[in-house]
Design a protein around this ligand. Structure first.
Ligand SMILES: Nc1nc2c(ncn2[C@@H]2O[C@H](COP(=O)(O)OP(=O)(O)OP(=O)(O)O)[C@@H](O)[C@H]2O)c(=O)[nH]1
Ligand SMILES: [Mg+2]
Length: 466
């Protein structure tokens, strides 16, 4: 990886727009720019806007491309820590291409995905946690997701990792001191002090590790499976939630064959609803496959809505599905929530039967035909997500991606081994070596320890121009 090159990329989305922004970053930024405009860019002042005519060839007035607003930044006072020029062009892809080509011909090279942020990291403008948060910031689709990422971007999260690392260093120095004086049989820290430091650091790492699971609802959305036997109104329910005719609705049983998944924002929370094929016994291979897929959706869901057709008697399929779900859900903390659909045609004569069936389960009466009960469903969904994300949003220490989770896991395992060695009275050297590993993993988390592979894995997921 060459960080001496001057790199260029479009920083705004490709396509027609009012304005497009091209970013040029690197040591030779100003001399390269001087080749495509008649003004000498070497004298550009930091953050002083200029209006410039840009040319394919500055000596040929006929090769004029566009008049652009140009914003120069001097190293190290820029995003990447290098000289940067941001070129605001008219938002035409032809203009963008012509300007980028002119810059490439005069010594710049195309930036790889995430290369601007990678340079910011390498030049010490951002740590690794902050760098990752920039990608997450761009991708955030709800306010909750944003608030989660803000703690990473503003350095709060890194601060807490530094303080955790300091606890490990304190632990290590106590152990190493004893090792140095092992001949003299001196004890610098009491056993209880060491034990409590080990417990405390393990506890903090465990909390961090678990935070990933808790934040999944914020990152990926709260997944809701809509299930039931055929024709109870599952697709109608999805359409009503989405406020659009997304799934085909028909009076024929077995209309939905495949899983239909849609994401929506309700009051700032991300929900992912999956309408599924009606579950029942069938010989039809396509329906069978659809039903298998429904089961997968149920297993992965945060909440399962089971629809019943309350205009008719309950059937064997309803009982079977309920039994199946209760067995599956026993592994989870949540039971399915029943929706008694078609309340506009509610059959009063079966009330006793329904009440017995619903037992202690939560249920709502709804009608997809006239929308009754939907306000309650929406409040229920919002309250459920609120309850499950409350702790996460308050906490300052939550991890937001797989890499962070894996590194924390490694650190946690190292502490686990150190504790085992401590409890079984093994030599202090074993404990010290695992604590050193844990410190190293925390360093890796914030980017104090890194290598090209780790970095390219992180930055390749960024967009070009970021
Ligand atoms: N009266 C009344 N009819 C409804 C209601 N909800 C859905 N229906 C009707 O019930 C029939 C089946 O609706 P769907 O939404 O296709 O049912 P589904 O559960 O998705 O059916 P499958 O995909 O075949 O499993 C359609 O004719 C709907 O118009 C309701 O609340 N009241
Ligand atoms: Mg359907």
């Amino acid at each position: 990886m060459n960080t001496n090159d001057t790199i260029v990329a479009l920083a705004t989305p490709p396509g027609q727009s009012a304005i497009a922004i091209i970013r040029l970053s690197g040591y030779d930024c100003f001399p390269i720019m001087s080749k495509i405009t008649t003004v000498d860019c070497q004298n550009f002042k930091h953050k002083k806007l200029l209006l410039l005519n840009l040319y394919k060839d500055k000596n040929n007035q006929d090769s004029f491309i566009d008049q652009c607003v140009v914003l120069p930044y001097h190293a190290p006072l820029s995003y990447t820590g290098e000289n940067i020029i941001e070129i605001n062009t008219h938002g035409s892809m032809l203009i963008v291409q012509l300007i980028i080509n002119a810059l490439l011909e005069n010594g710049a090279r195309f930036a790889r995905a995430g290369e601007f942020t990678e340079r910011a990291f390498l030049n010490g403008k951002l740590d690794l946690i902050q760098s990752e948060s920039i990608d997450a910031l761009i991708r955030a689709s709800t306010e909750l997701e944003l608030s989660l990422v803000h703690n990473h971007y503003n350095g709060q999260f890194s601060k807490s990792i530094h303080s955790l690392k300091s606890s490990f260093i304190e632990l290590l120095s106590l152990i190493e001191l004893e090792l140095d004086f092992s001949e003299e049989d001196v004890e610098f820290a009491s056993r209880t002090r060491l034990q409590s430091l080990l417990d405390e650091t393990e506890h903090q790492l465990t909390n961090l590790f678990n935070s990933y699971k808790r934040t999944h609802i914020i990152r990926d959305g709260f997944s809701v499976a809509i299930v039931g036997k055929p024709n109870v109104g599952k697709s109608s329910f999805l359409n009503l939630l989405l406020k659009k005719e997304r799934a085909i609705v028909s009076e024929m049983a077995g209309t939905t064959r495949d899983v239909i998944t849609e994401e929506i924002d309700i009051s700032g929370y991300k929900f992912v609803f999956s309408d599924t094929a009606g579950i029942h016994l069938t010989d039809n291979p396509i329906e069978k496959e659809g039903i298998l897929r429904s089961s997968d959706v149920i297993k992965a869901a945060d909440l399962v809505f089971v629809l019943l057709d309350s205009s008719k008697r309950l059937t064997k399929e309803d009982f079977e599905l309920k039994n199946q779900l209760c067995v599956d859900q026993l592994k989870k903390s949540d039971f399915p929530v029943f929706l008694l659909n078609k309340s506009d045609k509610y059959a009063q004569q079966y009330e006793e039967e329904y009440l017995a069936f619903l037992d202690n389960f939560s249920y709502f009466s709804i009608s997809c035909l006239n929308g009754s009960g939907f306000d309650l469903i929406e409040s229920f969904l919002i309250n459920t997500v609120k309850a499950r994300t409350q702790y996460v949003v308050k906490a300052n220490t939550t991890i937001i991606n797989e890499r962070q989770k894996n590194v924390i896991n490694e650190a946690l395992e190292s502490v686990g081994r150190a504790k085992e060695s401590f409890c079984s009275g093994l030599s202090q050297e074993y404990i010290a070596s695992d604590i050193r590993l844990a410190i190293n993993y925390l360093g890796e988390l914030i980017g104090e320890v890194s290598n090209d592979d780790i970095l390219s894995n992180i930055f390749m997921n960024f967009c070009i121009g970021k």
